[in-house]
Design a protein around this ligand. Structure first.
Ligand SMILES: [Zn+2]
Length: 936
């Protein structure tokens, strides 16, 4: 799972982003704050009628609370009347005189409540207990909410008006790769905020140019805009910046003039644009930038107003002649597009909804970094490091979440006071407090607006010290009911306030309280289980830092599946009933015979085999346990640290799938074959070794896919060849098959572009390239490193490389460049084609390039000396440039199946011949039999 949100997603059908979106939009129930009901119940109690006080005590899920202690005092009673609630949660105190009473209800694990009763006749109280505040607060106090969106400087920014206007003629503003020519017009400054300049509006005639510094970016710009540079005439631009950038503007300011009405409308349009969030995104940029980390520009600017040393930024929002919403962003430290897991500081985004040219046109490091050779995917973009999350979550019967998270962090940049979290906008923060329990200001606008969550510290925290804040939040859309005790778990990374996403690892201490019929399976190790007032409580702790926390939830049955070889603890959780989506089929003979327990054993058997295989090839898993859970989604699996979600399709056999589809769907069968080994392998790739940026996600998804191939080669028995060759053929087609626009995923751009490959014309390009081509790149390295002679394991050099890769990246995310360095350390002499100890040739071809060769092969057999035979092979490579080099594996069958006899190098569009001396006549000689090398 990984980012994808964008991360460990696997879905053969809709494109990645649409699939991700779907998950968040199953449930459309209106947002309700359940905690309000607690207050309302008490309020109702005061207006009921008299002489007997009776009542029912319930918990927040609506279940009755037995044995609660009720004390009634006041009226004319001399001592409190003490009662306990019965098995129906009820109590009654008859024969009271009219008067004013107080009813106090206590029960361990809940907050005490007191109801005031003005008794005239009978009063029947509905008393709802709240979970005790020290365990999780679900009370929304007006006092805490007074701290929402009310920080004084934030209010100034949010409501800022226009300041003075100046003429501007023939002024050029250069910012890294971007240049603004302000030909003729006016510049209106925004009003000062805390004596700080934070923005300006240009109205008039201007032109923007972006000239990429690097070749790979020029090629991408051609794919995106049709030109090697981006060129755009504009009529209005809104600029937002840190104070240090302002002097570059002041140079453009001519004489004072009146503020044009266009400046007022331009500013209003800009606000409408950046403050509005599309609930259902139309395209890539909306899906990417309007998620749970949508920029609240005012909150981002607030960070800079509060910290004069805030890393500088400069954001320009252009209304162009051709492109109506073109955004040029230069943001040091946090990165221009933090949503894309990228430290790259400079970006150009064409935000155009579902338009064909919508997308990220440019994302790159500062040119100054390239010139200084310091540009790197591993740059730290964090402002704060998170060390520890302690989260208590109550899931009520209506699937609402009540949570309290204590987040322990350390500042990485002096003076920073604003923390930005990823949190699903439907989860509403009710209180933020510091380690002394003092309320802190926080920002979370409406969920239909720029509703990201930011916490504002009262003062800059001391460096090199740990600090903590507590965040209380309630809401929905994390869970939606899939029927019969199964649930879709959405908001996979943002069900809690998540500071740096997959960008760092932290320790988690997680407590879940859920209706007792349901089970939670969380990341980490189960430290304890109990029941408390109708809730099943489970406590999970991660023994080592992990990148993300997740959980699965439902009416699960558990099976343990020990592994006597590796000694990992493996458990499976399955649902005994079908979710609603499959209910129409429940009476069919095929699904009726569904045996989830048996199929769980099958999935666990696969898991165990893959754990053993991955341990052999890649080293020990990062966690000693793995929990395999079924989920109601049909075509979606996901991996968490020590926790795997498998789609329900992995629990249905091929005959049942045939009945559901009414045909044999080879693509879907392929997905089902790959999903378990792929998700299990993510324990290594993605979780043990994380990826540094969106460029490097193939090191997670591609390598997990590679491991699924390894599984088909080694773990399915003696007749593995067909499934294995089919698997690589599927991968080849996923890379090369053209869509309705005549564009294949490979045509969309190089592997290194990652998520940016996705566009309306190149649907599924991210999957086809990051997963399938990523898998192929590792397989080709394995083929190059394979030992055709000698004893022992022929894969040993490859295995050594992978063990080294895992070991050396345990505490730091892997980048394409850091993986390349490991590969160079372990490559064979033959692979050092350039005789410089580097694999530039291989990475330029397969990772930074898009060429895919075509091969033609023939051979003949002639008698040799002493009964030997001479096999003359002829290999032709085409459809590549003259530098393109590759080594192709040659195979021969001497009657016991194909065996590899060697590799043959070929460079450019050329034919290469070679002679192999053999001591017996081969039945057949062939090229690339197991499809180790990607070819057209
Ligand atoms: Zn994956």
């Amino acid at each position: 799972m990984l980012r994808p949100d964008k991360t460990n997603r696997r879905n053969p059908e809709p494109s990645l982003l649409l699939a991700a979106r779907t998950l968040l939009h199953f449930s459309r129930s209106p947002f309700l704050r359940a905690s309000i009901f607690v207050l309302l119940c008490l309020a109702f109690a005061t207006c009921l009628r008299a002489d007997t006080i009776s009542g029912t005590v319930k918990d927040p899920t609506g279940a009755v609370v037995v044995n609660a202690r009720i004390e009634i005092s006041g009226g004319d009673v001399s001592q409190p009347i003490v009662l306990t609630s019965d098995e129906s949660g009820k109590f009654a105190a008859p024969n009271l005189s009219p008067g004013k009473y107080s009813v106090r209800v206590r029960k361990e694990g809940f907050d005490e409540i007191v109801a005031a009763v003005d008794l005239h006749g009978t009063a029947d109280l509905q008393l709802s207990l709240a979970i005790a505040a020290q365990q999780t607060s679900i009370k929304v106090s007006e006092k805490s909410m007074a701290f929402a969106n009310s920080d004084a400087v934030y209010r100034q920014l949010r409501d800022v008006g226009l300041g003075n206007t100046y003429r501007c003629e023939k002024f050029t503003l250069a910012m890294d790769a971007g240049t603004f020519e302000l030909k003729s017009g006016t510049i209106t400054l925004l009003g000062l905020v805390n004596n700080t300049e934070t923005g300006a509006i240009f109205i008039g005639q201007g032109h923007f140019t972006l000239k990429p510094f690097r070749h790979i970016d020029t090629q991408e710009m051609v794919r995106r805009s049709g030109n090697p540079t981006a060129e755009e005439d504009f009529t209005e631009v809104v600029f937002r910046f840190t104070a240090g950038v302002y002097p570059q503007f002041s140079a453009a300011l001519g004489s004072r003039t009146d503020t044009p009405s266009e400046a007022v409308t331009a500013f209003q349009h800009w606000k409408n644009k950046v403050r509005h969030r599309h609930e259902v995104p139309e395209g890539f940029t909306q899906a990417m930038f309007e998620e749970e980390t949508i920029d609240n520009v005012d909150a981002d600017v607030l960070a800079a107003v509060y910290n004069p040393k805030h890393p500088p930024f400069f954001n320009a929002y252009m209304v162009g002649t051709l492109h109506k919403d073109l955004r040029f962003l230069v943001r040091t430290r946090v990165g221009a597009i933090p949503q894309m897991d990228s430290p790259e500081e400079v970006a150009l985004i064409n935000s155009n909804g579902g338009g064909m040219d919508d997308g990220v046109w440019y994302s790159e490091h500062l040119i100054s970094e390239w010139k200084a050779h310091t540009a790197s995917s591993s740059e730290d973009k964090r402002l704060f490091a998170t060390h520890h999350y302690n989260i208590e979550t109550v899931i009520a019967k209506n699937n609402h979440l009540f949570s309290r998270a204590i987040i322990t962090f350390e500042p990485l940049v002096p003076g920073e006071r604003v923390l930005k979290f990823a949190l699903l906008p439907t989860l509403r923060v009710t209180r933020v407090s510091d380690q002394n329990g003092q309320d802190l200001h926080f920002i979370q606008e409406n969920k239909k607006e720029d509703g990201s969550f930011y916490a504002v510290l009262d003062e800059a925290p001391a460096m090199e010290e740990e600090h903590s804040i507590a965040v209380e939040y309630v809401g929905d859309k994390v869970l939606s009911d899939a029927g019969n005790g199964s649930y879709y778990v959405g908001a996979r990374q943002s069900w809690y306030p998540n500071l740096n996403g997959f960008g760092e690892k932290a320790l988690y201490d997680l407590t879940f309280k859920v209706p007792h019929s349901n089970v939670v399976i969380s990341v980490g190790k189960l430290e304890g289980e109990s029941t408390e007032a109708g809730f099943a409580v489970s406590h999970w702790v991660t023994p080592v830092p992990v990148a993300v926390a997740g959980f699965n939830y439902g009416q699960y049955k558990k099976v343990d599946f020990p592994d006597p070889i590796t000694h990992y603890s493996i458990s499976g959780y399955y649902l005994t009933d079908l979710p609603d989506s499959l209910r129409p089929y429940q009476n069919s003979a095929f699904l009726g015979s569904m045996a989830p327990g048996a199929m769980t054993k099958y999935a666990l058997d696969q898991t165990r085999a893959q754990m053993q295989l991955c341990t052999f090839y890649f080293g020990r898993a990062p966690y000693e346990n793995v929990e395999i859970t079924e989920q109601p989604n049909f075509s979606f699996g996901q991996s968490w640290p020590s926790l795997v979600y498998l789609p329900i399709s992995a629990y249905i056999d091929a005959t049942q799938r045939w009945m559901l589809f009414g045909r044999i769907d080879a693509k879907f069968s392929g997905f089902v074959q790959e999903v378990t080994p792929h998700e299990v392998a993510h324990q290594w790739f993605g979780h043990s070794v994380a990826w540094a940026s969106y460029h490097d996600q193939w090191l997670s998804e591609g390598f997990a896919d590679f491991a699924a191939g390894l599984f088909l080669e080694h773990a399915v028995g003696p007749k593995w060849q067909k499934d294995y060759i089919d698997y690589w053929e599927r991968q080849r087609l996923r890379i090369l098959e053209k869509n309705n626009f005549g564009v294949s995923p490979n045509d969309a751009g190089p592997l290194w572009m990652g998520l940016r490959l996705e566009s309306p014309r190149t649907e599924r390009a991210y999957q086809g390239v990051t997963y399938s081509k990523g898998a192929y790149v590792l397989q080709m390295l394995r083929s190059l490193m394979y030992s055709d002679q000698g004893a022992g394991n022929r894969d040993q050099a490859f295995i050594d490389m992978m063990h080294d890769f895992m070991e050396s990246h345990r505490n730091s995310a892997a980048s394409t460049e850091s993986f390349k360095a490991i590969a160079e350390k372990h490559m064979s002499k033959q692979m050092d084609l350039q005789r410089n100890g580097r694999l530039d040739w291989f990475f330029d071809e397969w990772v930074y390039g898009t060429q895919i060769p075509r091969y033609h092969f023939k051979y003949d057999v002639q008698p040799g000396n002493g009964g030997n035979v001479k096999v003359r092979v002829e290999l032709t490579q085409s459809e590549v440039d003259d530098q393109f080099a590759m080594f192709l594996p040659i195979f021969a069958d001497f009657g016991k199946g194909m065996v590899r006899i060697g590799q043959l190098a070929v460079v450019g569009n050329a034919t290469r011949t070679a002679i192999f001396n053999m001591d017996q006549q081969p039945k057949k000689v062939a090229l690339n039999v197991y499809k180790d090398v990607l070819e057209r």
